[in-house]
Design a protein around this ligand. Sequence first.
Ligand SMILES: Cc1cc2nc3c(=O)[nH]c(=O)nc-3n(C[C@H](O)[C@H](O)[C@H](O)COP(=O)(O)O)c2cc1C
Length: 591
Amino acid sequence: MQNSAETLALCALSEFQLSRLSQAVEGLTADQLTWASGYLAGLGAEAKMSSQAKDTPLMTILYASQGGNARSVAEKLASNIETQGFSARLVSAESYRSRDLNKEKLLISVISTQGEGEPPESARELFKYLQGKKPSKLEGLKYAIFGLGDSSYEHFCQAGKDLDRLLKALGARALVDRVDADVDFQTCTEAWYGRISALVEQELSSRQARVIPLQRRTETLTRYDRNNPFQAEVLESRRITTSDALSSVHHLSLEVDAASLVYQPGDSLGVLFHNDPALVEEVLALTGLSGDESVTLQDETLTLSQALGGKLELTQLHPKVVSRWASIADSAELKAISGNNGQLRMFAYEHQFADMLHAFPARIDASALADLLQPIQPRCYSIASSQGAYEDEVHLTVTTLQYHAHQRDHLGGASGYLTRRVSEGGAVEVYVADNPGFRLPKDADTPTIMVGAGAGIAPYRAFLQEREIRGAKGRNWLVFGNRHFHRDFLYQTDWLKYRKAGLLNRISLAFSRDSEERLYVQHRLLEEGAELYRWLQDGACFYVCGGVSMERSVYHSLKTIVQTHGGLSLNAACEYIEALRSDGRYLRDVY
Ligand SMILES: Cc1cc2nc3c(=O)[nH]c(=O)nc-3n(C[C@H](O)[C@H](O)[C@H](O)COP(=O)(O)O)c2cc1C
């Protein structure tokens, strides 16, 4: 570089930036320099575009996801749009300012449904805004919605439907029909991407200059997901309840590649599993098939045994399968059940496919059976370790679902696989299902109250490990419930260690079967309500992890506590908890 003072005067870079640039290009040939100048120009154009997009976004892909499915659909769409040469702003609902909606021209939303027909936690603020008193009119907005759900739930894809209705009510216009995608959502993504691409072409080609997609110098880290899972070795699998405990809970440690399988405390691990070979044999025997028949699933041809083993759902019965079986078996009883939505869901909930085959026998050919059954879905388990503490390991806490009903022994699909059929040294296919709605407080001084029952304790082990390695000063209170102190006090030694070290300031336990009267976490909370209210007033974040009904009971206790110790009316107590939720201080991980 010649006269540097002169160059600096004319240039937009600081002295430091210029010096770094000079270092970076040092030694390049003339051809390489020419290529680099074009490359930089491209980056400049792209940066300009995205800064313009920030001011007046031309297209936003807004996703709201709890377990990562909606996010993966949105990311793939964004990458397709980019390949088409348009820039799109991809944003998760929790980072989206609802007031910006009226500046949007084109909004593509991908949203899953959680709870009982609710939007994911990340979209709560957005929904509150849209349902609130003063949302802006959205007459200039055009939109498209891809909803994800599970049709075995009563409120199928409700969040997507609600979003559609709310946007419409504010004057926005749907450009294509909303998609309500079921658990096999991947079967309809490609067609939807095609429709959106065509739409974007129409809508944006006149308004937005194209960005020539550049070959970026990105390190191509593999992103593992349900379609491309990571093969994790099982390092350890150990039962952590006594042999006489009513439930069998295992601690599993899996080895992962820390560079490409990154997780945060609060995240879950998606596990792909194989059905129990004994169950596959039972289904084959009941249908009179050998298993050697060839079947085609999407574009893959395989034997029926292979399909039943690893591709088709056998442990969670879908209502659709029940209705179709009613016709196949030509059973008046099953047809009557199928005709009543409530009874149909209850039947599907209480039976496995094999139970139904025993009770309503019929013959079916191999292809029809493969068509009838739903694709097997990965199961998500809260991660029980912090990556800061265990860089290349993921820990899980797995309760084996087992019970006897309808004259048969039942074993959970994934829990049976993880605790009975894979052993140490074996491999499991996994991916990280992130859970942005369940995070430690950003401020390390914020106190936490962590309420969990059974395996719902898992994420708190991750939280405390993380707080320990970060030296976070915030106080921590663990509230744990299970059946018996001596049989199933999960991770007891960890909590004792943290108590001694001063990391765990308070621990409250509820062992329901150790006393005459059944005592659960919600009762323990009520007993310690005064202290709990003080912690909340000190700014604590309140976490609850476990089954839906447990969360509901905990919510009721909290309401009572706030009324009793805060002297609030019922309405004011509800508002108090609502404000906690809005401030990200009432966080739930329920299943
Ligand atoms: C706790 C829980 C509750 C759910 N509730 C519903 C529901 O009420 N209606 C529905 O259609 N789907 C429901 N689902 C299914 C999810 O919407 C579906 O699995 C979706 O693919 C998840 O996408 P995500 O990973 O982006 O959150 C529920 C799933 C879970 C885990």
